[in-house]
Write a protein of this length. Structure first.
Length: 261
């Protein structure tokens, strides 16, 4: 991964990432990775709603797959969100019960830092997300094009050292859930496009991020942090888009220039 910053006076990357740097090293820094899948789409939603959907696990009820293989199992609820400075976050690793949905185990070929059938989701604030389902990593990047148009790029990642058989397995695991016609991704896109359409038409004026569950998976604390941090960057309180706060960091000005959409 290559990180680029357009400003001079920024802290070193590791300092910006804070506690997330250790997770990045665990999952990205141990073996050479390789992108084996790429697709992109312009979807009709605001970029924040795609981050939002990826980040809040209450939305897992949307997916039949996740209801059966994750939410329905006690162990799913026995882990926490880890929240870091600058609104980076990661959910602790949970085990997905693929057998509950008639899918094969993901125990062989687990990526660095992953236990068999494990899954983690992480946000590098503001617009890069990494999902790992044991054998395959998905990297999402969001680029806002207009208030209701977002370019999303998806990359599927395995190990550079993969044998052809292992690579074929990773491709299958990637596509069955996250490919353009996978089990989950089309549902996520339908959700965020409908959400935006409803907001634009005035169907819902506010989103509520009120769930407090002791940082358990369906706690909204990570989303509250996301919108607070974004509000700080823009000089706006997230609960009142018309009130400008006293934000005294010049970061807000440059971000406002390019993302005031
Ligand atoms: Fe989803």
């Amino acid at each position: 991964m290559v990180f680029v910053c357009l400003k001079d006076d920024v802290p070193p990357l590791e300092q910006f990432l804070g506690g997330m740097a250790d997770h990045m090293k665990t999952h990205l820094g141990q073996e050479e990775l390789e992108v084996f899948h790429y697709h992109r789409a312009i979807i009709n939603t605001n970029w924040k709603l795609f981050v939002d959907n990826n980040s809040e696990l209450y939305h897992e009820f949307l997916h039949v797959l996740n209801r059966r293989t994750a939410v329905a199992h006690k162990s799913y609820h026995e882990r926490n969100w880890l929240l870091y400075q600058n609104s980076h976050n990661i959910i602790q690793q949970g085990v997905i019960h693929y057998d509950s949905y008639g899918l094969g185990e993901r125990s062989e070929g687990a990526l660095p830092g992953m236990q068999p059938n494990g899954m983690v989701v992480m946000l590098l604030f503001p617009d890069v997300m990494l999902n790992i389902r044991a054998t395959v990593m998905r990297i999402d990047t969001m680029t806002p094009l207009a208030p209701g148009k977002t370019l999303v790029e998806w990359r599927g990642v395995g190990l550079k050292s993969d044998t052809p058989d292992v690579r074929a397995m990773r491709i299958q695991h990637h596509n069955e859930v996250w490919g353009p016609a996978g089990r989950n991704l089309p549902e996520d896109i339908a959700a965020v496009e409908t959400q935006w359409e409803t907001m634009v038409q005035g169907g819902s004026r506010y989103s509520l991020f009120a769930r407090e569950e002791g940082l358990k998976p369906q706690d909204d604390a990570n989303l509250r942090a996301f919108y607070q941090e974004w509000g700080r960057c823009l000089g706006r309180a997230p609960n009142d888009p018309f009130r400008h706060g006293n934000v005294d960091t010049d970061v807000s000005h440059s971000i406002k220039e390019i993302t005031n959409v």
